[in-house]
Write a protein of this length. Structure first.
Length: 99
């Protein structure tokens, strides 16, 4: 016979907010910030870059590919850091992840 065990809920420790930088993602950011602040949790701002092969014809030499990849990465990092400064506060620890 299985005896159910009681699990004590300790609240959120980390809240993930994935973003594509759209208006819809921005609209739910305040909810994620509120949850993280109330729980004393870390808020992780995540953006995943789409593969450039989706948008660019393969360039075997890398002359077009590498600069475009660097610019795309830098722009996404700037956006994440801008968002991080908007939500930082005494009760909200943040971290950005760019993949």
């Amino acid at each position: 016979m299985c005896v159910p065990t009681l699990i004590h809920w300790t609240g959120y420790h980390r809240i993930l907010w994935p973003t594509d930088f759209s208006a819809l993602a921005q609209a739910v950011l305040s909810h994620a910030v509120g949850l993280a602040s109330d729980a004393g949790a870390e808020l992780v701002l995540l953006h995943v870059l789409p593969p450039l092969t989706t948008y660019v014809v393969a360039d075997l030499s890398g002359t077009l590919w590498a600069p475009l990849e660097r610019k795309t990465l830098a722009a996404a990092q700037r956006q994440l850091l801008r968002l991080e400064t908007q939500v930082q506060g005494p009760n909200c620890r943040t971290r950005t992840v760019l993949s």
